[in-house]
Design a protein around this ligand. Structure first.
Ligand SMILES: [Zn+2]
Ligand SMILES: [Zn+2]
Length: 368
């Protein structure tokens, strides 16, 4: 560049318009909230509208048999519909705007519904599937099959890491294994003292105006709005750097909670019941509380923020949901029993079970 008479510039990679000619691509758009994944999707849709105006010569380049890759269809999860309630129906919304892809948008519940949409849209060549980690694992194989048979392209704007900094789930892993391209996006750390590039999703609750970090065993999926809430049962999310990402209770989960669940699985439910009862009704006597005091208060480097995690509501219910839906070490009957014994919040439990694609307790044993 210098030899062309340019001054000494730092050259960054260009930000390209979407390539509708390349085929058989499965593209990950990964990044935390606020990194612009939805805006990226909206831009692909807008690019397609420009590409569609081109001549038959371009059509030849972007088509394989009946499929035209300039024909873009947007899919999202039905449980996400309530997140976008204030935008026009059938729009791709992002911070600061939205686009409306006409008939080429649908909300689905699972991979079977996706197959139905594939059947009824045989000319669509580019499929944007938003937050695919919320669907069943089967979806990864449904997509791989269709992609190969019909030269389709797929775009997956998704979270790779959950609030525990773990790979989101098995669906996310399978999709990653089958993908061909990746666009990593970052966002600023949202902590007021920080402007570092960040990748992590931080979950917290707001209780009496105080930021309370979510416990490690908080249910994996809780559908919430994009707006800040002070409801102690509904989490808030924020993008944070490693330094400002708080995740208390991981050690407690594996040192204490899970072994109590394993005892219950083996038939000795009393120790788990005792701990859950204390957490619910007399938390300062619980092993959870003692563990936190040891780790975060009586230590050289106290972290009082971590103690605030114990101010959130429904901690016992969260622990039960974790043992039931994620570790699969207590049965639905045991869960029902423990819930009754501790006087748990049945609505809270059932909402979380539904979001985590599990049967609801009321469906299990109404008569018992
Ligand atoms: Zn040209
Ligand atoms: Zn930070």
């Amino acid at each position: 560049m210098k030899s062309l008479g340019f001054p000494d510039l730092r050259i960054h990679h260009s930000i390209n318009h979407f390539d509708f000619i390349k085929t058989d691509r499965r593209i990950l758009i990964i990044g935390p909230m606020g990194s612009g994944k939805s805006e990226f999707s909206a831009r692909i849709y807008r690019d397609s509208q420009v590409a569609m105006q081109k001549s038959q010569k371009v059509r030849k380049l972007t088509s394989s048999k009946r499929v035209d890759r300039r024909n873009v269809f947007y899919i999202r999860s039905k449980i996400d519909d309530k997140r976008f309630a204030e935008y026009p129906i059938n729009s791709i919304a992002y911070r600061g705007g939205y686009v409306v892809p006409g008939k080429n948008i649908a909300s689905i519940e699972n991979s079977f519904e996706l197959e139905g949409i594939f059947e009824s849209n045989p000319t669509v060549g580019t499929w944007i599937i938003d937050e695919i980690e919320f669907f069943d694992e089967r979806i990864a194989y449904v997509i791989a099959q269709h992609a190969k048979q019909r030269s389709l392209n797929f775009i997956f704007p998704m979270l790779i890491l959950n609030f525990r900094k773990d790979l989101f789930n098995r669906t996310a892993r399978l999709i990653m294994e089958e993908s061909t391209d990746v666009f990593p996006l970052t966002a600023y750390c949202e902590h007021p003292d920080c402007i570092r590039d960040s990748y992590y999703t931080y979950r917290f609750y707001s209780v009496d105006g105080k930021e309370c970090p979510a416990l490690y065993f908080d249910p994996l999926i809780i559908v919430g709005g994009d707006k800040r809430t002070n409801d102690p049962k509904i989490p808030n999310y924020s993008t944070r750097c490693d330094h400002h990402h708080f995740l208390p209770g991981k050690e407690y989960t594996f040192m204490i909670l899970k072994p109590l669940g394993e005892l219950a699985y083996g038939g000795n439910v009393k120790p788990l019941l005792k701990e859950l009862n204390l957490v619910k009704h007399d938390i300062e006597q619980s092993r959870l509380y003692t563990h936190f005091v040891d780790r975060f208060i009586r230590t050289e480097n106290p972290k009082p923020t971590m103690m605030d995690a114990l101010r959130v509501s429904c901690i016992s219910e969260k622990a039960l949901i974790y043992l039931f839906t994620e570790e699969n070490i207590i049965t639905a009957e045991q869960m029902q029993y423990l819930m009754r014994e501790i006087g748990g919040d049945m609505n809270y439990i059932n909402e979380r079970l539904m979001e985590n694609r599990k049967m609801q307790l009321t469906d299990v044993h109404e008569e018992s």
